[in-house]
Design a protein around this ligand. Structure first.
Ligand code: GN1
Ligand code: MG
Length: 370
């Protein structure tokens, strides 16, 4: 439901901000939470992002806020120890509410968070240049590196089994059982593709059983549009959207970068002939990421980065298809077949990745040998 400007203003007034006259507009392309760009008109200088946490997706919004703030505090300490005085240029700043705490809870029990907006920066929904891929991947790598010594036990699980592929498959099977015949007929080919790539689920299960991939604090939504890039230099200011920061595996973070950086088209592009894994962009991505994380990753993590890409793109296709069968309860959609279009798009990308996985492996091997 669309929220009026006046209501937004009332929410903002609960935060510890100086101004008294605010304007707002809807912001960003997130599928889950609602975001607004807030401008403080009284002194004109300050801009903020106000976000309402989606209660359907995040059953424990307190955990979302706590994890985000914990991650930011941890990174701030790191930057200060390195002598970075303008740490706020490289880190999200959460604004406190007037009563303390970092979330305002309204009368509908909705949670709202306010963060400072990065001036002179931009986001993209698909990568245009190798430099953008390099910088954004370096930013996500740095984020993982800065949190590498954080204790995973101190972070809460904001969404249980978020990247548990077997459970995603079970949810998909259940949704397919209950789906309308019409939706199932439309998705017949994609249902077959889920089965055709089942080896990914099997490999993932055996990797999990081997316990060779350590649990780390990961971002879990490493989409290209979750990095703020500098207007002038394209260097990354910082990563945003910390809702899903929690214990996880680097394979899924790396995989989600490959998913959202390497295709020249957005994830809901209907013309799947435009969807492909661009090897030059992958190379820049891997270079930026490994520049930060090469010294930290275990051999098994490095060996499985490319598999992480296959796994995440497959998982995302399955998630979109599941939601299509569930009549679009989870992701925001703009038309009835939106989730099916996204599924087809992701499967086209998966095919392109599997065709080039040998080349991708070679790139990772040579970069991680440095
Ligand atoms: C959701 O919030 P947003 O749009 O950045 C989703 C991700 C998916 C992504 C697909 C909490 O991210 O896991 O990869 O859509 N977030 C959640 O674009 O489910
Ligand atoms: Mg998100």
């Amino acid at each position: 439901m669309e929220i009026g400007v006046e209501e937004i203003k009332k929410v903002v007034e609960n935060f510890d901000v100086k101004g008294s006259s605010f304007s707002s507009r809807k912001f960003g392309n997130g599928h889950i939470n609602d975001s607004y760009l807030i401008e403080d008109n009284s002194d004109g200088a300050e801009k903020f992002i106000l976000r309402k946490i989606n209660k359907y997706v995040f059953k424990n919004p307190d955990a979302v806020v706590n994890n985000s703030v914990k991650a930011v505090n941890h990174i701030r300490e790191k930057l200060l120890a390195e002598g970075v005085k303008n740490y706020y240029d490289f880190l999200l700043t959460f604004i406190q509410t007037k009563t303390g705490g970092f979330a305002f809870v309204d009368k509908n029990s909705d949670y709202w968070c306010l963060t400072k907006f990065f001036a002179d920066s931009y986001t993209v929904d698909f990568v245009e240049t190798e430099k953008q891929a390099y910088e954004a991947a370096k930013a996500f790598g740095k984020f993982q590196k800065q949190l590498a010594d954080a204790d995973p036990n101190e972070f809460e699980i904001v969404i249980p089994d978020f990247h548990n592929l077997s459970k995603r498959i079970s949810a998909y099977e259940k949704a397919a059982e209950n789906a309308s015949d019409e939706r199932k007929e439309k998705a017949a080919e994609e249902m077959k593709t889920v089965d055709d790539f089942f080896r990914i689920v099997e490999k993932n299960n055996s990797l999990n059983e081997s316990l060779s991939i350590p649990l780390r604090i990961t971002h879990n939504d490493t989409k290209i549009n979750n990095v703020m890039l500098d207007n002038k230099t394209d260097a990354a200011h910082c990563v945003i959207d910390l809702d899903t920061v929690m214990p996880g595996s680097v394979l899924s973070d790396f995989g989600d970068m490959v998913r959202t950086f390497t295709s020249p088209a957005e994830e809901d592009e209907r013309d799947v002939s435009k969807v492909k894994m661009r090897l030059n962009i992958f190379k820049s991505l891997a270079a930026g990421y490994l520049e930060e994380m090469n010294g930290i990753l275990t051999p098994s993590e490095k060996e499985n980065l490319v598999f992480g890409a296959e796994m995440i793109v497959y998982e995302q296709a399955v998630r979109f298809l599941t939601d299509f069968f569930n009549n679009d309860m989870y992701y925001k959609t703009e038309y009835p077949e939106h989730n099916l279009v996204r599924t087809k798009n992701q499967f086209a990308l998966l095919k392109s990745i599997t065709e080039q996985s040998g080349e991708m492996e070679k790139i990772v091997t040579s970069l991680s040998a440095n």
